[in-house]
Write a protein that binds this ligand. Structure first.
Ligand code: GDP
Ligand code: MG
Length: 293
């Protein structure tokens, strides 16, 4: 029997969603077959095996929408929930719920298989793990709850087997040698965006958009130039930091991950441009692909 299906991972920023996907996919995600973007899913990775194919889609970290952009992002989240065969809701060992209670409501009502992963249990005691498992099982009685450590690969075999057991019987959706449907450029911009999310606070992450302007592969190095769009001049100053220090360190951290991903030396140029209030303008949101044309 062959099983196949779409799995959406949802959770607050920083709980460990990407770590889980990377570890489940292993090294495989480092080989990319560029392919046209689908609008149905925000695909991150496809894990294929003789007997199954799991199509993972990572969602933007769940936040409470304050702007048009955030609306569009949360719309992606709701859309991928609708299209999934299994939803993985990841929390970490703090007891924080999703930042958007509308999505919590949807999760409670949704008539789908849901798996709740309590991640980062390496950071807490055994008693705490039990108390967390009780806490979440009471909140979401219909969900299967599993404690894991994505970083230490603890309980991931169990996660994988559980995922497979929830997938419908179906032929594969994608050729088995395809690992993602996103372009290399897209993934590069996501790596930088992720670093911005981790390094800056308040509205900065949500006011920034990364666009890869050029991508040139040479014999020994890949030259990548990106523009980071922000909404206001004051945000540009924050991104750059004192004497450029923040931008330099953003660049090094991003370059390190991009090099790991592309398995080649990378030159990364980051330039910042102000595009006034882009987040509130439909035309700009379309340009960046957040709203369908
Ligand atoms: P995402 O924003 O949900 O995709 O989170 P990431 O996968 O980027 O992880 C955020 C941070 O948590 C990183 O520093 C990870 O190394 C760390 N992290 C992820 N999983 C674990 C875990 O199981 N244990 C610990 N201690 N840290 C983890
Ligand atoms: Mg992530």
């Amino acid at each position: 029997m062959h099983r196949s299906g779409f799995v959406t991972i949802i959770g607050n920023p920083n709980v460990g969603k990407s770590t889980l996907i990377n570890h489940l996919l292993g090294e495989k995600i480092s080989i990319i077959t560029p392919k046209a973007q689908t609008t149905r899913h925000r695909l991150l990775g496809i894990l294929s095996h003789k007997n199954y194919q799991i199509v993972f889609s990572d969602t933007p970290g769940v936040i409470k929408a304050k702007y048009k952009l955030q609306d569009a992002m949360m719309h992606f989240v709701r859309e991928s929930l609708d299209d999934s065969d299994l939803i993985i809701y990841m929390v970490d060992s703090s007891k924080e719920e999703l930042a958007d209670d509308n999505i919590v409501k949807i999760l409670k009502k949704i008539n789908k298989n849901c798996l709740l992963l309590i991640n980062k249990i390496d950071l807490v005691s055994q008693e705490m793990v039990i108390s967390l498992a009780n806490f979440w099982s009471q909140k979401f009685p219909d969900f299967k709850v599993l404690p894991v450590s994505a970083l230490n690969k603890y309980n991931l075999d169990n996660v994988l087997n559980t995922i497979i057991s929830y997938l419908p019987e179906s032929p594969a959706y994608f050729p088995k040698d395809i690992l993602t449907d996103r372009s290399v450029r897209f993934i590069v911009s996501e790596i930088i965006r992720e670093k911005i999310f981790k390094r800056y606070t308040k509205e900065i992450p949500y006011s920034s958009e990364v666009v890869v302007e050029s991508f040139k592969e040479k014999a020994k190095i890949i030259e990548i130039n990106c523009i980071i769009y922000v909404e206001r001049t004051s945000q540009k100053a924050i991104l750059i930091g004192k004497n450029g220090s923040a931008l330099t360190s953003l660049g090094s951290a991003s370059r390190r991950d991009i090099q790991n991903f592309l398995k080649k030396k990378v030159f990364l140029g980051l330039y910042i441009k102000v595009l006034k209030d882009w987040k509130k303008k439909s035309s700009d949101l379309k340009k960046f692909g957040y709203i369908k044309k």
